[in-house]
Design a protein around this ligand. Structure first.
Ligand code: 6R9
Length: 643
């Protein structure tokens, strides 16, 4: 994770006046005001459909109202937006100034200083640490003061270290300060992060200092450039004047999960990102004041940024930072945490749900989950079996499942089942409806927009929105080529989707995951959905085939209790695919694997599987976002045995 250093503190009188105005809601009335108070003044808006239309037709008025209601400004903006998708130009709330930490902390300290802001759910169960808004503000001030005293200025880039390939990212971002911990702790294991930082920083002459926080008691060798972070923070004042940041100053950079190609440093800015994270957090999850919001994503993933940190804190929520794994110390960990912390909204990834499903219902039943109101899913399509289990077993059939589609590039959720309408229909396994201000379009190979109601094609977004990434750090040309040029005038997501008669969207997966067998185009997800009951998980890729152009190669992971011979399994899978799609889609090879190579956010790295099958091990490329690199060795060995 990369954080642009900002400095902070204390509301100015101007902020207080704005804040006061924001809370004066007595004139809001009627149905729309009840559903979305920010929209109360919109002419002709009577329900969700007209609100969605309004957000497209009067985009500037819509986003201005949202920004005025939800953000606390140091000085007002003069232009709502200055965007041109054709040229990759995206600017929101131009001329405005604000401070993100004032929005996330100070303003809540005024109204509810003793509310718990975050619960650090440590790796060890039952050892959680609760930090109130007042305490979090004080810690933030001390760190802000320490950074300032150590010469970090507005505009400097600070690296917060969580994942590998650190040196490359430090250099790309040109950071002079790194923040890390002596050791990381996950699933009962200690990881020597400081050692990795030392090795990386030795090759980065720009780094002047490394702040080291002590997560464990294990001492580490401190070099001249190292700073004992907690000790130094204790000497700092707990008050720090907030800096006024321009709306379009950089907030953070985040390198994408790297499921394809070289990681891109996507840049998010202050006002638009914060507004979008706050608005989606409120309406997608039906968050209410006082709820405990449990997003169990890795904090270094965009999901952790938007829905562990910025969205919930902007809304004054109690947010959970989950340090552990779904199966530590046992597969009941999530639900034990839900019971102990009384979590109201739980947000996780399908990969974890599928993993837990394999261990059986008893781990869920053991714990009281009555606090749960909404269950969220993110990161990849959630298959029907996992969706049903999440709904029936985890949520006892009473909690809506919100399958949320979005990307690092979009900053926040773009398609989700029920923005602002807690009673709307949900179809299992579908992301369903665009969020307000999001105008999805489906486009065919020739770049023509598909205007019929039911259609399927490349998923693009037709209008800019405040949460979208502004550029790729140091490479705006790549930003334009990747997102703006494929379908001029639209933001191209790289995903495929289909739309039903009712206007509901279903994501079909990355477009580069399409295989062309003898001229038939098939999405890998379509083939993967043909699980036989013995299969826990599968990944399908295309490989070069002399006759067919591409052939189908399937990797499958069996359920723990699977009782089937390999020939039987192969036959069953081939039959099932032939029946549900066509004979040509049936896999040529089926490799049984112990596990699949995945990113830390749970995405299968098909690129790695393709390289193995194409025998191009030289070209394996960047594996830094891989959760467990040993999975690749297993796959290579299994491939030799299969072919
Ligand atoms: C938030 C996040 C983005 C890619 C995206 C898509 C896939 C995410 C999904 C989903 C189907 C969902 N994806 N959510 N596919 N249904 N609910 O995951 O960001 O790591 O940048 O990945 O993930 O393919 O394009 P990021």
């Amino acid at each position: 994770m990369w954080l642009r250093c900002t400095s902070r503190r204390l509301l100015t009188p101007f902020n207080r006046a704005l804040k006061h105005g924001r809370l004066n809601a007595s004139s809001w009335s009627g149905k729309v005001a009840a559903v979305m108070p920010e929209a109360a003044g919109f002419q002709g808006v009577t329900d969700r459909a007209t609100l969605q239309e309004f957000s497209h037709a009067h985009s500037d008025s819509f986003w201005a109202a949202m920004a005025n209601h939800r953000l606390t400004w140091t000085s007002a903006y003069d232009t709502v937006q200055d965007c041109d998708l054709r040229r990759g130009k995206v600017k929101w709330f131009v001329g405005g100034k604000l401070n993100v930490s004032v929005n996330c902390l100070d303003r809540h300290v005024l109204t509810c200083p003793d509310r718990v802001a975050l619960i650090w759910e440590r790796d060890e169960p039952g050892a959680e640490v609760k930090v109130t808004y007042r305490e979090l503000l004080e810690m933030t001030c001390r760190l802000g003061n320490l950074l300032r005293r150590r010469g970090v200025k507005k505009g400097d880039c600070v690296t917060i270290y969580i994942s590998d390939a650190l040196a490359e990212r430090i250099r790309d971002a040109n950071s002079s300060t790194v923040i890390t911990v002596n050791q990381g702790v996950r699933g009962g294991k200690m990881i020597d992060l400081k050692k990795t930082v030392d090795a990386a920083v030795d090759t980065c002459p720009n780094v002047r200092q490394v702040f080291v926080a002590m997560r464990t008691e294990t001492p580490v060798v401190m070099k001249d450039r190292d700073v004992a972070m907690e000790e130094e923070m204790a000497h700092e004042e707990a008050v720090c004047e907030p800096a006024a940041m321009d709306s379009e100053d950089v907030l953070f950079m985040l390198y994408t999960s790297g499921s394809t190609g070289k990681p891109k440093g996507l840049v998010h800015t202050q006002a638009g990102y914060l507004l979008y994270a706050s608005l989606t957090h409120k309406y997608v999850f039906d968050y209410h004041d006082g709820d405990v919001f449990g997003c169990v994503a890795d904090i270094g993933w965009i999901t952790g940024h938007s829905y562990c940190v910025y969205g919930p804190l902007a809304n004054g929520a109690t947010t959970v930072l989950f340090e552990s794994t779904p199966i530590y110390p046992d597969p009941g960990r999530y639900w034990e945490t839900v019971q102990r912390l009384q979590i109201n909204q739980f947000y996780g990834a399908p990969t974890a749900i599928r993993l837990l499903l394999k261990y059986g219902d008893q781990w869920v039943h053991k714990y009281d989950r009555s606090s749960l109101k909404t269950l969220g899913s993110v990161g990849e399509p959630i298959n029907t079996e996992a969706w049903e289990w999440y709904h029936k077993v985890v949520g006892d059939g009473r909690c809506p499942i919100v399958d949320t589609w979005w990307q690092t590039e979009t900053g926040g959720i773009c398609i989700a089942p029920r923005p602002s309408d807690p009673d709307a229909e949900i179809v299992p396994g579908m992301a369903m409806r665009p969020f307000f201000g999001i105008k999805p379009v489906l486009v065919d190979n020739e770049g023509e927009e598909l205007t019929s109601k039911s259609a399927s094609g490349a998923l693009c977004i037709a209008q800019p929105w405040p949460g979208m990434a502004r550029t790729i750090h140091n490479n705006h040309q790549r930003f334009i080529e990747t997102y703006c040029q494929p379908f001029p005038g639209y933001f191209f997501t790289g995903d495929g989707a289909s739309r039903t008669e009712e206007g509901y969207y279903q994501i079909t997966g990355r477009l580069d995951d399409v295989i062309n067998v003898s001229g038939h185009r098939i999405g890998t997800a379509e083939i993967e959905d043909n699980h036989c009951s013995a299969v826990a998980e599968s990944a399908v890729i295309g490989y070069t085939h002399d006759i067919k152009g591409q052939g189908v190669y399937a990797f499958v992971v069996l359920k723990k209790e699977a009782d089937i011979t390999e020939p039987e399994l192969r036959q069953q899978l081939k039959d099932s695919v032939s029946k549900s799609i066509a004979k040509y889609a049936s896999p040529d090879y089926i490799q049984i694997a112990q596990r699949l190579p995945k990113t830390r956010s749970g995405k299968i790295m098909r690129r790695v599987l393709r390289n193995v099958v194409e025998r191009d091990l030289e070209g394996l490329g960047d594996l830094s976002t891989l959760d467990d690199p040993t999975a690749v060795q297993e796959i290579i060995q299994g491939h030799q045995a299969t072919t």
